[in-house]
Design a protein around this ligand. Structure first.
Ligand code: NAP
Length: 455
């Protein structure tokens, strides 16, 4: 895949970039390594000051950064602004809490003095996706840099200007040179970078094949990885739910980021007693969405990020229809305009055991399933290779407790749409990956937990 800015709303190639050659990659690795030797000795207070400054830059220039995101990957501009604000929030969160999260922990033993000390590992490679091109990077970088690690960012090939802008923000914030560097390289070079002795660990957010490939390369060199992969998250609506609120959230949850979010609700599992009503209300909401230019303030749904994604989604919908699915609205790419536009789509009646029902639909397509009761809802929700974040709607306390206990996922949100929040850990189980980002758990992923025993 070429490293380039191609406007997904028009198909126009705006800028192309030469990938780094081997000598240039080696220079960046040298610089990262030298930077770590000094940076590891800086205080939490100093790192916190730099990260607060990064938050200020993000806030002051949020419109510029948001425009770059929308231009490169097509998310609605208003959502891009919110994403920059969230990046500022995660910077502030770790700037304020990292020192507490990583403070020595005393433990009573037979020593005169024993404790646990948290120390940075060194260079961490971050392989990141295009769908939240700022947020995904900052939620890695804020804790990693506060912990004293340094980062190398291999961003997705379709968001090079976002990647370069992020590197510049960190530099302008005052962090020493080399603490976070962007590597403009293709996916094929990732294994080489991981094999370098100076790179100590890696994190990847993206697809299953990419995650498996990175983990295999890292495993060969005994290096830790964190993987945030795909999802086909359930959105369960039981008969006791507040239906109007559930439908409004269902629409937002599916359309978030033009339908391209790992934690977007993808399978809507509705109790039979209210299924007709839910279906009708959801259809009304989908039909009311405004599809169009993502730079316009009133646009609800912009284009998919690349032509390949459009083609893949189209194919999946055709397979779903052939497998017995009934398309209530949408169902074909929008062909009367340039760009990668796909309309809001609802598919009902897919047999739950059809292979296509197990796949992640990465676009504005909702799959609707009817179930007789909560037992069937939980069973269907869990009948997936993924386990990222589930949303479930009920006003009944017993139902709520069962959903919390029995849903197999990294997160369960009751009466709310699944979202990430710096204060709460984020991550999946099963084929959605392993490890956690955000919160105290996130900052402790790339750390040497050093046991100290003194007599
Ligand atoms: P992708 O193709 O896996 O790309 C993600 C990143 O991995 C890009 O930087 C890509 O580089 C790189 N990459 C691709 N193949 C690789 C390989 N074999 N070895 C090393 N690196 C490789 O993912 P995508 O299709 O852009 O993103 C969509 C997927 O990400 C969905 O499944 C979505 O659910 C998941 N996602 C998960 C989370 C989460 O937090 N769990 C968040 C967002 C997205 P190139 O661009 O150069 O190919």
């Amino acid at each position: 895949m070429a490293i380039a800015t191609i406007n997904p709303a028009t198909g126009e190639t705006l800028k192309t970039f030469e990938p780094l050659n081997d000598a240039e990659i080696a220079t960046k690795l040298d610089l990262a390594n030298q930077a770590f030797e000094q940076y590891r000795k800086t205080s939490f207070a100093q790192r916190s000051q730099w990260l607060q400054k990064a938050a200020e830059i993000l806030e002051q220039e949020k419109t510029d950064f948001a425009k770059v995101m929308t231009l490169e990957m097509g998310k609605p501009y208003k959502a891009a602004i919110a994403e920059v604000e969230k990046c500022a929030a995660v910077c502030r969160y770790y700037a304020e809490h990292a020192a507490d999260f990583l403070a020595d922990v005393a433990v009573k033993t037979d020593a005169s003095h024993s404790f646990v000390r948290y120390q940075p590992l060194g260079i961490i490679l971050a392989v990141m996706p295009w769908n939240f091109p700022f947020w995904q990077v900052f939620r890695f970088a804020a804790p990693a840099l506060m912990a004293g690690n340094v980062g190398l960012l291999k961003h997705a090939s379709n968001v090079p200007q976002c990647a370069l802008a992020i590197e510049e923000i960190i530099q302008r914030a005052g962090f020493p040179e080399g603490v976070l560097q962007t590597l403009l390289i293709g996916a094929a070079k990732v294994a080489d970078v991981i094999s370098d002795d100076r790179v100590k660990a890696a994190t990847l957010t993206g697809s299953e094949p990419a995650g498996a490939s990175l983990a295999a390369a890292a495993g060969k060199h005994i290096k830790k990885t964190v993987l945030e992969l795909g999802g086909s998250d359930p959105f369960i609506v039981l008969a006791s739910a507040d239906l109007e609120t559930a439908v409004a959230s269902a629409t937002a949850a599916r359309m978030l980021n033009n339908g391209q979010s790992c934690i977007a609700a993808k399978r809507f599992i509705v109790e039979e007693a209210i299924a007709d009503q839910f279906e009708k209300l959801l259809l009304d909401k989908f039909l009311a969405l405004k599809v169009g230019d993502p730079m316009q303030a009133d646009t609800d749904l912009g284009p998919l990020a690349t032509p390949d994604l459009l083609q893949d989604l189209d194919q999946q919908v055709q397979v779903a229809a052939k497998s017995g699915g009934k398309v209530l609205t949408g169902g074909y790419p929008i062909s009367d305009r340039p760009g990668n536009f796909y309309p809001p789509t609802i598919i009902t009646d897919i047999p739950p055991d059809a292979p296509i029902a197990q796949e992640e639909f990465f676009g504005p397509v909702a799959l609707l399933f009817r179930v007789p009761d909560i037992d069937a809802a939980i069973k269907l929700a869990n009948d997936t290779p993924f386990g990222l974040g589930a949303s479930a709607w009920t006003t009944n306390d017993q139902e709520r407790d069962r959903l919390i206990a029995e849903i197999a996922a990294g997160a369960v949100f009751i009466n709310g749409l699944v979202k990430s929040d710096p204060r709460l850990p984020f991550g999946g189980i099963k084929r959605s990956g392993y490890g956690r980002e955000l919160s105290i758990q996130g900052i402790q992923e790339f750390i040497n937990v050093k046991t100290v025993w003194v007599k």
